[in-house]
Design a protein around this ligand. Structure first.
Ligand code: SF4
Ligand code: SF4
Length: 203
């Protein structure tokens, strides 16, 4: 999620173009086009998800993490801010304490003003876009919730256990969109074999 002057979660470092640089020009960051493509590619994306669930080829986490590194370094979150407009982060006690402190208020007052429970019983912000998003930057970046710090979560281990989240965030986050698209391209030979073998039964 945005905030740092040059991009994503403060993890931005100098551009990396060596590993997958040949496809840099194909990177998509237009949020409207990404939404349209998400609709158009919905069936293919679910089929690829099914393929990934059973994939036992090269170390998938390491391939994904290289792509995540490439796109987090290439995409400036401060020109996007879309996750803060479309997703409510889950707020844990520590998050509420940190934000209250940053706002110079008490956790009780903070909760009264900004927090509600969602349908799963988790505490989330009442407002969407997030009340702390200002000019596409997090106005309390140093105190932002852990869920914001780790979004879109695909730098973590066990990518194949996160695919439902990936499917959801594909249409929202340009980092997820580009990682998933390039992963499809990287594994296209194996994916083609899967499609030929399972056809419509793959989904
Ligand atoms: S606290 Fe709000 S503005 Fe800040 S990163 Fe989280 S969702 Fe975005
Ligand atoms: S949606 Fe993705 S690219 Fe956009 S600000 Fe959030 S993490 Fe960054």
């Amino acid at each position: 999620m945005p905030g740092a002057p040059n991009g994503y979660s403060g993890r931005i470092s100098p551009p990396l173009n060596q590993m997958f640089g040949a496809q840099k020009e194909k990177m998509e960051t237009d949020l409207i086009r990404i939404k349209k493509l998400a609709k158009k590619k919905e069936d293919e994306n679910w089929e690829f998800r099914t393929f990934l669930k059973g994939y036992d080829g090269q170390n998938l986490d390491s391939v994904v993490h290289k792509l995540v590194k490439k796109y987090t370094e290439s995409i400036d979150c401060t020109t996007c801010g879309n996750c803060c407009k479309e997703i409510r982060p889950i707020l844990k006690k520590n998050d509420i304490n940190a934000l209250s402190k940053s706002l110079n208020t008490t956790p009780a007052q903070f909760k009264k003003e900004y927090v509600q429970k969602d349908k799963d019983g988790d505490e989330v912000f009442t407002q969407l876009p997030c009340p702390f998003l200002s000019d596409n930057k997090c106005s309390h970046y140093e105190s932002r919730p852990a869920d914001c710090k780790s979004f879109p979560h695909i730098h973590k281990k066990h990518f194949t256990t996160r695919l439902i989240g990936v499917m959801h965030n594909y249409s929202i986050c340009p980092i997820v969109f580009n990682v998933y698209e390039e992963l499809k391209n990287t594994l296209k030979d194996d994916f083609s074999v899967f499609q030929e073998t399972f056809g419509d039964f793959g989904c």
